[in-house]
Every structure is written in C-alpha cells, then in structure tokens.
Design a protein around this ligand. Structure first.
Ligand SMILES: Nc1nc2c(ncn2[C@@H]2O[C@H](COP(=O)(O)OP(=O)(O)OP(=O)(O)O)[C@@H](O)[C@H]2O)c(=O)[nH]1
Ligand SMILES: [Mg+2]
Length: 388
C-alpha cells in the first residue's frame, strides 16, 4: 500500500530538485520517492549526498537510480519514465505519481489533488496549469492538432495538456501502460504523447486537476533543444496514424481558476530572436521537399527564407501542411527535421500575430476553438474558419 512519487531528472539545479524531493517525502500519502537520473553527473551526485538525510528526516525512503535502456528511440526522458514504471511494479505500492524535477512552484497540494482523484477511482489523474498565450506551442500546434486530425471523434484532442509530465496512475493503469510495447519503445520526448494515447486507447478513466499557481520551471534552453523536442513529439503523433480510437471514455476536467497576471501577461518566447532565426539552416533539399506542399505554403516558405513573412501560414494552411507532414515526414532525414522546424516557427509567428496579440482571453479561446475546428474538419470534411 502507499504512493510512490517519481522525479525523472537529467541536469537540473540541485537545490530545485532537492526541494521537490523534500516536499514529496514529507507528504503523508507518500511511501517512497524515486529519482531516476540520466547519468551519474553533478545533479545525480548532489541527490546521492543529500537523499539519506532527507529520507531520515521525513521517515520516507528516497531511492536514487539511473535509467535503464528500454526503448528504441534516442535515450531520453522516456527511458527514465519507463524505468520508473517497471521499478514501481516491483514494489508493493498501489499508486504512482510523476513530476518534472525542475519545477519551482511544486508543493504538497499537487500530490493531494492527484491522490483525491485516485481516491475517487480514476485510473489516471493529470495536472494542468494556466499557461501564457504563447507558451505550449508544441502542445497546441503539433500534439493537440495531430490528435484532432487523426482522432477527431475520440477524447484525445480534448485532453488539456497532453505533453505534461505531471500525472498520477493507479497500479492497474501503470501495469497496462508498462505492458504496452509502444510506450516502452518511446525512450525520447515522445513518451508523453504515447502515455496519453495509450491511456485513452485502453479506455482508462481520466481526471484533469487544475493547479492554479502554474508550473514555473526552467525555460527553454537553446532553440536546437526545442527542435529536438518538436521533431520527437511530431514523430510520436505521426506514428499513430494507422491507429484507431473509439469515442467515449470517462474524462472529467476541473473548472480552471482566474489566471494570475504573471502568467496572462507573460511573453512565452523571444519574437525578435525567432524572426531572425528564419533565414538560418536552409538547404536546397528543403526547397525540393516543399514541392509536396500546396503552392501558397511553398511560395510563402520560399519567401520566408529571405524576408519576414508568416501570415500565409494561417490556421487552415497549417492543417494542409500537417497532412503533408503526416504523409511524408521522415524523422531520420535532417532536411525534413529542419523544414518541420521552419514551418512550425512560421506558424508560431502567424498565430502570435493573428491571435496572441489580441490578448490572453482571446488567444486561449482561439486555441481551444482551433482544436474544435480541426476535429470538425477531420470528421466532416467541412472547413470552419476562426469565428465560425
Ligand atoms: N531520467 C531522465 N530525465 C530527463 C531526461 N531528459 C529530461 N529529463 C527530465 O524530465 C523533466 C522534463 O524535462 P524539461 O527539460 O524540463 O522539459 P519540459 O519542461 O517538458 O520542456 P521545456 O519547456 O523545454 O522546459 C525534467 O525533470 C528533466 O530533468 C532524460 O533523458 N532522462
Ligand atoms: Mg521543464
């Protein structure tokens, strides 16, 4: 009996991770804290030094281990989470929580909220957070877009933050996810997509709980880190294209609170720096790959290489581009990866211009509406435009 809390970590500020471990170990529901590291570097050593003291003070075991090589993709966070799933099934604990280790706003209420959802019998409890209008651009423009296009009648496009690393599982759910080879294979950033998909396909009941203080964490590193995340998250969605999902599972979402000004007024990314990035990393081969795309997108992208232009990649064109990508994208091909990054960057700028500039509440209504318009188009073939 009891709950195991897992923190996957790579290189993070040790004081942030240690504070989070302390919070989890001190929580009354928690029977064990498990930290899964990528390699034995400075963060790992800091946890190794401090964890016996934390465990003693809280009278809760704190286990530290390295991730196993489980998947077939790049060894990353997916191997960390899959290692934890397997480790958990070897313990007697009946509940498993995951939290990113770099969160600076984590507190015991996150655990309590998830525990209450599991008390009610939900298989999966997912945390969701207020986010700036220009944050979560992979979630909105890749994952939720892809879910809407591929599975328009399912519950999947309605999951608020499918890439969130904060979730809790019943033992039954953990066992089912650990047994899914598609989950095991996703050793990279695609793990979150696969966990969300597999839980819906397995018809698990899902509760999304709202965390009003938001998830403050380490900001994006270099844009090249983001490119890898983008490519891996896109590939995870794309690999689902032959799958089917039945409509209708139990999925409840807590009503969100007023968004704090610190989040509503935040600018999520560096617009100027992003515009300057557009002329970089083009190849002739990418120009050839653009031949797959409808003419307005192709012409727009050719122009974007030389001057600031992005409005052509509006909501409808992004759907068109996404369909081409679903069909032709090749992850192993660097030119496809660069082209995806370019297309997505242009779409982020276009969205910023068409929606985010109109203010927070407009932007969030726009994004939710966009997912609906996409799934409507995928299900009926009829195109809806913003405002329709
Ligand atoms: N075990 C393990 N943990 C990882 C690995 N990569 C990232 N993590 C951890 O996974 C969590 C999420 O990673 P972040 O880099 O914060 O990613 P993110 O917050 O989803 O994305 P950003 O918006 O770029 O910050 C953090 O706790 C990382 O330390 C990995 O390869 N192995
Ligand atoms: Mg983070």
């Amino acid at each position: 009996m009891g709950t195991m809390v897992v923190f996957p970590f790579k290189t993070e500020r040790p004081e942030v991770v240690l504070r989070n471990i302390r919070v989890a170990a001190a929580h009354e529901a928690v029977s064990e804290v498990l930290c899964v590291g990528y390699e034995e570097e400075s963060t790992y050593r800091a946890i190794a030094d401090a964890s016996p003291g934390i465990a003693k003070a809280a009278r809760t075991p704190v286990t530290l281990r390295l991730q196993d090589r489980i998947g077939t993709r790049r060894p990353g966070k997916g191997d960390g989470m899959n290692t934890a799933l397997r480790h958990f099934l070897d313990t007697p604990h009946d509940r498993l929580h995951f939290y990113d280790s770099d969160i600076t706003t984590f507190d015991g209420s996150w655990i309590t909220k998830a525990e209450r959802g599991l008390d009610l019998g939900y298989d999966v409890v997912r945390h969701f957070f207020p986010r700036a209008a220009t944050d979560a651009m992979i979630t909105w423009l890749v994952t939720r877009t892809g879910f809407a296009i591929l599975f328009p009648r399912s519950e999947l496009p309605w999951i608020e933050q499918p890439l969130g690393g904060e979730l809790a599982l019943s033992r039954r759910a953990a066992k089912a996810l650990a047994a899914d080879h598609r989950v095991a294979e996703r050793s990279d950033w695609g793990i979150d997509t696969m966990l969300a998909f597999s839980s819906v396909q397995d018809r698990m009941s899902i509760l999304e709980v709202y965390v009003p203080q938001g998830k403050a964490h380490k900001l994006y590193g270099q844009l090249t880190d983001l490119k890898r995340m983008l490519v891996e998250c896109f590939a995870a969605v794309r690999d689902l294209r032959e799958e089917t999902l039945e409509p209708g599972i139990v999925h409840h979402v807590e009503y969100p609170d007023v968004v704090p000004p610190s989040i509503a007024e935040k600018v999520g990314y560096d617009v100027e720096g992003t515009i300057q990035l557009l002329p970089e990393a083009w190849s002739e081969r990418q120009m050839e790959l653009l031949e797959y795309f409808p003419i307005p997108i192709r012409d727009g992208m050719v122009a974007a290489r030389h001057r600031t232009t992005f409005s052509f990649l509006d909501e409808c064109s992004w759907y068109d581009a996404f369909e081409v990508l679903l069909q032709h994208f090749d992850e192993a091909d660097e030119d496809w990866a660069d082209l995806l990054f370019h297309l997505w960057t242009v779409r982020v700028l276009a969205y910023t211009h068409e929606a985010a500039l109109r203010g927070y509440s407009y932007a969030l209504r726009y994004l939710h509406g966009m997912v609906f318009r996409y799934l409507y188009r995928a299900a009926t073939g009829r195109v809806l435009r913003p405002g329709e």
